[in-house]
Design a protein around this ligand. Structure first.
Ligand SMILES: [Zn+2]
Length: 468
């Protein structure tokens, strides 16, 4: 029991920090070894050096050899769309090495027993803004600096991970705060999901991705503003240079911005094609913010990888998305939240009107997209509503016609395809990262149980365990 308690304690921290400091401290503390035969310190130094080497090797061997056995009542496998009873998941380091049904666990093994629980792959949210709070809406946002964004990111990344989301795409942040956030998470300095980040979103002058809140004399221009095919190419190159993984651009007006018509197209087809060509050439994917019908159609024609929001998508857009394999990334819960809580958060009166206008239209189009068989990913636009509540959208998706398994697939295997992380995330299977969550009950019977994730493991490290 003590050994188990110690293991759990150690698992609170990234394994390589516990066992393998980047530079072994015992070597750092050694003075340079002087091979001077007259010095009495030589033998002592040599002995210390040897002890350090042996200790490092022993600790490395111990770390490398450890296998964790994770057991539960049920495993949900989104790849094959089925349940597995009494699963045994074997984990070495940050990866899963074996999954068996009704398997056995060696008596002396390190075991995490999630008896009575259902385990699933860690979830993925394909549209977040981790560097903003819900209360940063409208004029409140003007007081948020890039430094503030970085700190908000640390707070929100943790909340998102603890809610069971081990993967997220951050589609838009100021000052490349999301790049710094991703890197700090990857270096195990702070807890958070695996991130793909966009940096500043590209947008036209005065468009949804510009800052239109202040009069001319303030000269407020958002980071990602670029007009014309060559300016947008340069902006894509800039974002690549400073660490973005994905390009986000605003194809149409939006709900939360001042002075933009939610249905109106903003970039031309020529500009969108330039963005997509440049991003794809640089090995990046492209996400288009698009509510309006024409903007959605142009974005798909330009070859974007995902259309965000997709509120007013028509038959032609839907057919073309299916034909091209374009992912639809539809956030359903945001308007519900804005209509209830928006005024308190500083949402502009015109944004309240726009939210009311698209609310039912988008819900209807979501149902049409599900029926038509479009590729759909789980996508919340969290920051419009509070981080950590990412999973509340599942129940809305199921209410509007998605099967519970399909909703889980949207947040796992289908998301991994959009991220180009197939084989790494989105499944509990050999070779994948050990990103595993657990809930009480069966999400295929009641999807809302995903709102109460009790256990979170990411890369073989346990970040949360409230299963008792
Ligand atoms: Zn967004």
């Amino acid at each position: 029991m003590q050994v188990f308690a110690l293991s759990v304690l150690l698992l609170q921290y990234p394994v390589r920090h516990v066992f393998l400091p980047a530079t072994p401290p015992y070597i750092n503390t050694l003075a340079p070894i002087r091979w001077d035969k007259d010095s009495a310190m030589n033998i002592v130094d040599a002995a210390r050096f040897l002890i350090a080497i042996v200790a490092t090797l022993l600790l490395s061997a111990a770390a490398g050899a450890e296998t964790i056995y994770l057991t539960a009542e049920t495993l949900i496998d989104p790849v094959d769309g089925k349940r597995i009873s009494n699963p045994v998941v074997e984990i070495e380091g940050d990866r899963i090495v074996k999954v068996t049904a009704n398997g056995s666990v060696p008596a002396s093994a390190t075991r995490i027993d999630l008896a009575g629980k259902t385990i699933l792959p860690g979830l993925a949210d394909m549209h977040t803004h981790l560097t903003w709070y819900a209360s940063d809406a409208g004029y409140n946002g003007l007081s948020v600096s890039y430094t503030d964004e970085a700190i908000r990111g640390v707070v929100n990344a943790r909340k998102t991970l603890m809610a069971g989301f081990t993967v997220a795409r951050n589609l838009g942040a100021g000052g490349f705060a999301d790049v710094a956030l991703r890197d700090a998470i990857n270096d195990d300095r702070i807890p958070g999901p695996r991130l793909q980040v966009a940096g500043p979103s590209l947008g036209i002058t005065g468009g949804h991705c510009d800052n239109n809140l202040l009069p001319k004399e303030y000269d407020a221009v958002a980071d990602g503003v670029a007009d014309g095919p060559w300016e947008v190419r340069k902006k894509v190159r800039d974002n690549k240079k400073y660490g973005a993984d994905v390009i986000k651009f605003c194809a149409t007006g939006g709900v939360m911005s001042k002075g933009t018509a939610v249905g109106a197209r903003q970039y031309t087809l020529e500009e969108m094609k330039a963005i997509v060509d440049e991003a794809h050439t640089q090995g990046m994917t492209v996400a288009a913010h698009a509510h309006g019908t024409e903007g959605i159609l142009f974005a798909i024609k330009a070859g974007v990888d995902s259309v965000e929001h997709s509120s007013l998508i028509d038959e032609e857009g839907l057919d073309l998305a299916i034909e091209n394999g374009t992912f639809l990334s539809i956030n359903l819960y945001t308007t519900e939240y804005i209509l209830a809580e928006g005024v308190k958060n500083g949402v502009l009166p015109e944004s309240m009107e726009k939210a009311a206008y698209i609310h039912e239209l988008r819900r209807a189009n979501f149902s049409r997209a599900v029926k038509a068989g479009a590729k759909m990913v789980y996508s919340t636009d969290s920051a419009v509503y509070p981080h950590g509540d990412n999973a509340v959208q599942f129940s809305r998706m199921v209410d509007l016609g998605m099967a519970p398994m399909q909703a889980i697939q949207a947040a796992t295997v289908v998301a991994a395809e959009l991220l180009r992380w197939e084989g790494d995330t989105g499944a509990i299977a050999p070779g994948y990262y050990a990103d595993i969550i657990a809930v009480e009950g069966d999400p295929l019977d009641d999807i809302s149980v995903l709102e109460k994730v009790e256990f979170v493991m990411k890369g073989g490290v346990v970040y949360k365990n409230e299963t008792n």
